[in-house]
Design a protein around this ligand. Sequence first.
Ligand SMILES: Nc1ncnc2c1ncn2[C@@H]1O[C@H](COP(=O)(O)OP(=O)(O)OP(=O)(O)O)[C@@H](O)[C@H]1O
Ligand SMILES: [Mg+2]
Length: 341
Amino acid sequence: MSSRNSLDPVYAREVSAKILRNAAKVIVGKKRVLREILIALYAGGHVLLEGVPGVAKTLMAKTVARSIGLAYSRIQATPDLLPSDIIGTFVYDPKTGEFKPRKGPIFANIVLFDEINRASPRTQSALLEAMQERQVTIEGVTFKLPEPFMVIATMNPIEMEGTFPLPEAQLDRFLLKILVDYPSREETARILERIHRIQEFRVEPVVGGEDIMRIRSMLPGVRVSREVVRYIVDLVEETRRHPYVKLGGSPRAAIALYLCSKANALIDGRSYVLPDDVKLVAKPVLRHRIILTPDAEFEGVSVERVVEDVLSKVPVPRPEIEEEAEEEMGGEAESEAGGEG
Ligand SMILES: Nc1ncnc2c1ncn2[C@@H]1O[C@H](COP(=O)(O)OP(=O)(O)OP(=O)(O)O)[C@@H](O)[C@H]1O
Ligand SMILES: [Mg+2]
């Protein structure tokens, strides 16, 4: 009951709007990417940002971290980066004659791990393990990572020499895989007009880490009707049936859809999930969890198209059902979706 009592979707929307508005002072466009980063943050997951160099991946990670007043660190992956460079080590202190832990850059709330596919498999797996466990072990001593804790890893879509592709089976440690595209022509012009301001602007915190933790605690109370649950299940099952799919969505993918839909509802200030929330998160949730057949590659069928197929094939439940449910709960649903269909 207590989780429902603390459910305050208006507060969640206000916090989200503050962060997004603050980020927009620096970042031109990229609304979808920023929203997806917030979704992952609220749902307690990590993100993989895929995009070519120079599309503001670093700037976005930094801006979100600073807007929330969180500790931020950046790790540049190279082939000779060692697990201890991330996690830390014990160092000898000659004054006391003792070994003291020196915590690595992973001890931050938002960790930007640039070019993850340039790290060696050993270092990648140390990172993936820390992401999963939310704690690290330095020479036998276990340390908890701070809360919130989110890794934003970046990856160049072009397979370059000297890179180590992430093991496909471990990709789903990332709650979302977010694509960062080029800006439009108009956006590029706006970046140029603002570039001196962008470079000088000091991003100030507009919310705190405790606000994020409070929104996280609301997630269990966000209502998902039986119809929407079934919709999520149908989507995941459909990914397994698609003719170009070798490996479809797992229950973990279904859980990710469920949690991210709830987080998206909160960003919009709703206490219940609509089918549109599920649709909005489907691509970033599913794109890295589906493995296509060799035929697909041969015929140029992309994972994006497969997810689009799946979305267009599965019947969408009618939103009216959600509104009735909301009334039953005595909530104050805004009936914006009314009159459709
Ligand atoms: N949408 C945008 N809004 C504001 N500035 C932008 C945008 N896109 C690019 N820039 C500018 O382009 C430059 C490159 O951005 P940034 O370093 O964040 O890119 P990146 O994606 O992290 O690149 P890399 O992959 O090389 O690390 C920055 O100076 C940034 O201000
Ligand atoms: Mg960068």
